[in-house]
Design a protein. Structure first.
Length: 84
């Protein structure tokens, strides 16, 4: 699956706006298997986040790209955050 990720974040209820910081993962391919739940790591698009930050995520699948060979619909079933 070909995808790109863009993020914006800032500290909630403090002087920062929600888009004080941003990061991204450029378009590229990740391996997925049709009919199998896959986890896609987007931590590279979240460098520098801190506790209490409000995060916005734009996840774009480029299904029409020649390198996207999934040949099926893909669904986002949830997001799991683990902050350490």
């Amino acid at each position: 699956m070909r995808r790109a990720v863009a993020t914006d974040w800032g500290t909630l209820c403090i002087i920062n706006s929600y888009f004080s910081h941003s990061d991204a993962i450029p378009a590229g391919e990740v391996a997925v298997v049709n009919g199998v739940l896959s986890c896609i790591d987007i931590s590279d698009a979240l460098t520098g986040i801190a506790a209490n930050d409000l995060v916005g995520i734009l996840f774009t699948r480029e299904g029409g790209h020649v390198n996207d060979t999934v040949n099926a619909n893909c669904y986002l079933l949830g997001i799991r955050f683990q902050y350490v």
